[in-house]
Design a protein around this ligand. Sequence first.
Ligand SMILES: Cc1ncc(COP(=O)(O)O)c(C=O)c1O
Length: 490
Amino acid sequence: MLVTLFEFVQKITTIELQTATKHKYDYITSIIETHITISYPEEFKFTRQTNCFLNHLAIGLPWATAPQRAAALLELVSKEECVCIDLYCTSPCSSGSCFKEHAVTVHLPKQKPTNPNFSSGPCSKRPGFVLDALKDAALGRSHRSKLGKAKLQEVIDRSRTTLNIPDNYLLGIVPASDTGAVEMALWSLLGARGVDVLAWESFSLGWVTDIQKQLNLDDLRIFEAPYGQLPDLGLADFSRDVVFTWNGTTSGVCVPNGDWIADERQGLTICDATSAIYAMDLPYHKLDVITYSWQKVMGGEAAHGVLILSPRAVQRLESYKPNWPIPKIFRMTKGGKLNSSIFTGATINTPSMLCVEDALDGLRWAETIGGLDALINRSKCNLAVLERWVSNNDNIEFLAEKPETRSNTSVCLKISASWFTKLSAEEQAKAAKKFTSMLEEAGAAFDIGSYRDAPAGIRIWCGATVEAADLEKLLPWLDWGLDQVRRIYA
Ligand SMILES: Cc1ncc(COP(=O)(O)O)c(C=O)c1O
């Protein structure tokens, strides 16, 4: 579609007109900046003439309210081929008569992802999900009723089967999502021996803070690495307890495998696996505590965590009592013995039966598509789509420095174009934000900004609930967005 300034103005002014609102100028500026490429001739003096243009739009014409203008603009730009107004004024004036205008066509990508949800948590619901899938939820029923307990037990059973959990490991549903599950493990198990903690991004650094500043452990060794890297895994000493995150969701860096973990060990391995489980092969015999939450790879509703314990972890629980108080919400033992009911469908406090039903829906879906192998394969194929894009793109790189540590779920990318790397950190953050908000407003991708503590960039969830076809459709939008942002910031 080709739209001249005149048509553009006409289109906007055909909507019901009202007195201009106070913020019209800022509002229209931000919308125009976001959605419309304005290119200027060399001699164009940006500030003055841009203001002139905007004032013509805002004052020289009777304006609708800001939301109405926004609606009209968005309608224009949501067309598959959209507006580029290429204009300039010869001199500032108030009548609009000074406008010289011509228009060029900007091609917006033809198709948008059918499902633009690429958030790294809560993650996209499974393909085909509709609320009706939860119609059998035990709503309004006690979680201790026969029905409620059976549903909780079913989640446990189906999770164990789908994940191939060893028979002698326990799996229970616990409060407060993955954080709850990790905290339960740290507070209940640590302190019996020295602890090594490996950290390379925001969440793992959070566990460092807990162990160091809340539990105040003396015999603590911390191995840290910056975003994009892993610490030297060979430094972990398995005569001690070792705490680590399998996949660093905020850096897109995961451990490549479990080869570095001793089979024979005196300490426990405590693994936050929330962005890895159902998407990566986990060697359970090397892990004593595994935690995750439903909101990640399976696209479940956030609320509850899952805690998996090896026999050695249970043995620790029954033989060691930390010298700090354990809040009820973290307590796994009663009278020195494991509270085994947690692992057979009882819960420490009241669970959401809606979330339980949703977790079941996800598990049933996983079974229909072929179980764990299919889930892992879907995620790897999703990563492959982005790998192809990155390898053909000089402006983008993986944040993960080594391919073998590249996450296939939380794919974190950095903008390596020279126009971007030349910007200050603050400007980079603004440019990256602009990029993600443009894609969001275009309805092409939601929530693909990097995590707040991570370097400015892009993070695209590639877990099993995301369709490779949607990622393919996203790619032209990523190119488009980067080009738009370059025009503003270069
Ligand atoms: C590695 C990791 N650990 C912990 C968490 C916290 O999970 P939750 O919000 O389920 O408690 C997240 C969330 O993204 C995560 O990615």
